[in-house]
Design a protein around this ligand. Structure first.
Ligand code: MN
Length: 192
C-alpha cells in the first residue's frame, strides 16, 4: 500500500495565490484519487517497492500504473515546491540561475513560457542536468523527470484542475504568481 504524504501547510495557507477551495479539491480529490487508483491497480504487486522505483519500472511498460504512480509522486513534489513563507532564492541557487539563464528574470520568463507552452495537461520543472547545470523541462500528462534519470528541483502543475477555479484560462498569471509568491527555494536547494 502506498500512503498519502501530508500537505506541508494548511489548504488555505497559499491564499490568495491559490485558494483553499482549489487546494482542498486538488489534494483531497485529485491527489487522493491517483493514490487510491494506484493502490487498486498495484494490489499484490510492488510490495515494498519505493514509489520512485515503481515509476522507473513501469515507464513505457504498464501505462495505467505508471500514470497513477507518477501523478502521486508529481503532486507530492508540487506541494513541497511551494511554501506559505516565500523567500527569495538563496545565494547558491541564485548564482546557478544567473549562470544558466543569464538572469533571474530570464529564468522566470522561460519557466512561464514552458508552462504556457505545454499543450494540454502536464507539468513544468526546473531540473538539474549533469552536463548543463539547471534546465527547464515540460512534461505531458503524468510524465516525470525521474522516469528519465533526471533530477527535479521544483515543479508547477499546469493541469487545469490546478488553477481553473482561481484563474480560469489565465495559465500565464497562475505561473507568474507561482514564481513570485509560492516557490520554496529552500526545497529547490536541497535537491541540488
Ligand atoms: Mn494536479
Amino acid at each position: 500500500m502506498f500512503t498519502l504524504k501530508p500537505l506541508p501547510y494548511k489548504p488555505n495557507a497559499l491564499e490568495p495565490t491559490i485558494s483553499g477551495r482549489t487546494l482542498d479539491f486538488h489534494y483531497n480529490k485529485h491527489h487522493v484519487g491517483y493514490l487510491n487508483k494506484l493502490n487498486e491497480l498495484s494490489a499484490g504487486k510492488y510490495n515494498n517497492v519505493a514509489l520512485e522505483d515503481v515509476i522507473r519500472q513501469t515507464c513505457g511498460k504498464d501505462i495505467p500504473i505508471f500514470n497513477n504512480a507518477a501523478q502521486v509522486y508529481n503532486h507530492s513534489f508540487y506541494w513541497d515546491s511551494m511554501t506559505d513563507k516565500y523567500k527569495q532564492p538563496p545565494e547558491k541557487i541564485m548564482q546557478l540561475i544567473k549562470e544558466c539563464f543569464g538572469s533571474y528574470e530570464k529564468f522566470a520568463e522561460e519557466f512561464v513560457a514552458n508552462g504556457v507552452g505545454q499543450f494540454g495537461s502536464g507539468w513544468v520543472w526546473l531540473i538539474k542536468s549533469e552536463t548543463k547545470g539547471l534546465e527547464i523541462l515540460k512534461t505531458a500528462n503524468a510524465d516525470t523527470p525521474i522516469a528519465h534519470g533526471l533530477a527535479p528541483l521544483i515543479t508547477c502543475d499546469v493541469w487545469e484542475h490546478a488553477y481553473y477555479l482561481d484563474y480560469q484560462n489565465r495559465r500565464p498569471d497562475y505561473l507568474k504568481l507561482f514564481l513570485e509568491k509560492l516557490v520554496n527555494w529552500e526545497f529547490a536547494e536541497q535537491n541540488l
